[in-house]
Design a protein around this ligand. Structure first.
Ligand code: ATP
Ligand code: LTN
Length: 332
């Protein structure tokens, strides 16, 4: 049998996840877990690069795990774990820091954005974020990293750092490839369709959270910004709002954007927005029910995390040992 490729992804346990995260990340993982050796991490170490409320961070770690499981991520098929449970992440990050240039990090788009948004706390961790992410990826000899466009630069950095290290010594890390997803890969803000929908958006009406109940979902879609004119046509340049709603509808119904357009031919914006809201709510309700059921069984959730951390550490420690040897760390 052909050896399976390794896939790595992670998501931060901050705020509430949005349907952008569901479509851009979690939904893809469901398909991928059958074809790859998958590692999925809850990136709590990345999360603290902006201030978190400790009790909330702790609670969100479990509720995010329950959410993954409720969405259908199977802990038998993939390694599901919490980043801080595997110390090798912090350890490799330190080494990789010495192979990364300050100038490169200062140029990262996300760093620049977040520095503006968190001007009172531009900490070293925020700047080092891509290096920790490179450590995540490289520890597992990852072949592919499924990412939204926003993370493209970070995967490039992981590749550059891997190559730099490999060239300085001998091949140590596999150089990962980013795996981009097609339409539906990016969902934009309902109030400002020029921006991606984000957990931490200022206006909560622009984002649909996975915890939003049916009425809230429908209310937010009814208020979604549309464009001038009345045609329901996919045209991201000139009709950003409508195109975003069509992408969402397509992602939640499995129909193509063309089929979605056909569904709404001759209809008005009002009917269209309601239909998109209903399609989204219909998918979210069963996930929410399953998540609550799982959260009531803490022993089960902790078992999943313990086993995930053990399996992850086994692979990660192998890579870390190689790295320590190459750079000349005296080993006992
Ligand atoms: P934050 O607002 O805290 O920066 P975020 O909502 O942008 O968070 P991330 O934690 O940065 O989300 O991303 C988690 C995963 O979800 C990544 O794989 C990312 O590419 C994907 N993702 C996030 N937002 C969207 C979106 N609007 N459309 C598609 N994919 C998304
Ligand atoms: N930065 C990513 C989360 C993340 C990640 C990773 C994604 C942390 N480590 C490794 C892919 C691979 C985000 O916020 N989307």
């Amino acid at each position: 049998m052909e050896e399976r490729k390794t896939l790595y992804s992670a998501i931060q346990p901050t705020n509430n996840l949005t349907i952008g995260n569901l479509i851009g990340a979690i939904k893809n993982w469901l398909n991928l877990q059958n074809d790859y050796d998958c590692y999925f991490a809850i990136a709590n170490m990345h999360a603290i690069t902006v201030r978190q409320v400790p009790a909330e961070l702790r609670q969100k770690t479990l509720s995010m795990l329950a959410l993954y499981l409720a969405c259908g991520i199977d802990p038998e098929k993939c390694v599901l774990y919490v980043q801080s449970h595997v110390p090798a992440h912090a350890e490799l990050c330190w080494v990789l820091n010495t192979f990364t240039y300050v100038g490169e990090m200062e140029r990262m788009t996300q760093f620049k954005d977040k520095s503006l948004r968190h001007a009172e706390n531009i900490n070293m961790g925020l700047m080092d974020y891509p290096v920790l992410m490179a450590a995540d990826i490289l520890l597992y000899q990852t072949d592919v990293v499924p990412v939204g466009l926003d993370q493209r630069q970070h995967v490039e950095i992981a590749r550059d750092v891997a190559q730099r290290f490999n060239n300085a010594f001998t091949p140590t890390f596999k150089v990962p490839e980013a795996l981009y997803m097609k339409v539906g890969a990016k969902i934009n803000d309902l109030q400002d369709p020029s921006k991606k929908m984000s957990k931490s958006a200022e206006n909560p009406n622009g984002s649909i959270f996975l915890t939003d109940d049916r009425d809230t979902v429908i209310r937010k879609f009814k208020r979604a910004v549309t464009d001038s004119g009345s045609e329901i046509k996919y045209d991201p340049e000139n009709k950003a709002g409508v195109s975003n709603l069509l992408s969402i509808y397509s992602a939640f119904t499995g129909k193509s954007v063309l089929e979605a357009e056909a569904d709404f031919a001759g209809k008005g914006y009002g009917d269209f927005k309601l239909a998109v809201g209903e399609a989204v709510a219909d998918r979210l309700t069963p996930i929410q029910n399953e998540q609550s059921k799982l959260l009531a069984d803490k022993a089960y959730l902790e078992g999943v995390l313990r086993s995930g951390a053990e399996r992850a550490a086994k692979t990660a420690n192998k890579t870390l040992a190689k790295v320590y040897k190459k750079i000349g760390f005296y080993q006992l």
